[in-house]
Design a protein. Structure first.
Length: 75
């Protein structure tokens, strides 16, 4: 009789599976992050090189260490 009382008092928690995110909810954020990554890659890798959007060397100086860290030659 004591075993029945103990087993009734202890309950095992049921594992709940989280709901999957729909692709339509994730896709705009994935595109946004991808565009930000491409813009950052342009400024680190190509700005003040063969193609330049901004005149002068300000952008070059801001991303100079990032260029060397990622392996882009700049001088």
């Amino acid at each position: 009789m004591a075993e029945a009382v103990v087993s009734a008092a202890v309950s095992t928690p049921s594992a709940s599976v989280p709901d999957a995110l729909p692709v339509r909810a994730v896709l705009p954020w994935a595109v946004f992050v991808g565009l930000l990554a491409l813009i950052a890659l342009y400024f680190v890798g190509a700005e003040q090189g063969a193609i330049s959007v901004f005149a002068g060397s300000d952008v070059h100086e801001w991303v100079h260490d990032g260029r060397h860290l990622l392996g882009f030659p700049c001088h």
